[in-house]
Design a protein around this ligand. Structure first.
Ligand code: FES
Length: 118
């Protein structure tokens, strides 16, 4: 096992997201998750993102939101597509897009003093 698949658990307090190798690893109030680091929109580093009140991972660039269990984009990028108001078919478009653009998901566990991406 390499050091690129783990970080000390003390570096990942509840509500934080950190980079662990190719993964964005987070602590959702004690529940750990790991997803691939590159945002499906424009490849921002999701390990620099944040966790919102719904437990979704939010991209640091245009605030796309991801379900960290499925890797699905539940809300698309803001302030980027020039979208200003309701348009028929838009949410359907985002849903179609999101299915296509899932993040990869990995299991993350606490092992001793470390948090490990399996
Ligand atoms: S790069 Fe993530 S929403 Fe744009």
């Amino acid at each position: 096992m390499s050091s690129s698949d783990r970080i000390p658990a003390r570096d990942l307090p509840p509500g934080t997201v950190r980079r662990v190798g190719d993964w964005a690893v987070g602590n959702r109030d004690g529940e750990l998750f790991g997803v691939s680091r590159r945002c499906r929109h424009q490849l921002a580093d999701l390990s620099e993102g944040s966790i919102d009140a719904d437990g979704c991972l939010v991209c640091p660039w245009h605030q796309s939101r991801y379900d960290v269990e499925s890797g699905e984009m539940v809300e698309g990028p803001r302030g980027f597509l020039g979208y200003h108001g309701p348009a028929p078919g838009y949410s359907q478009l985002v849903r179609g897009y999101a299915r296509f653009l899932k993040l990869r998901v990995r299991r993350v566990v606490r092992r001793g003093k470390d948090v490990v991406v399996e």
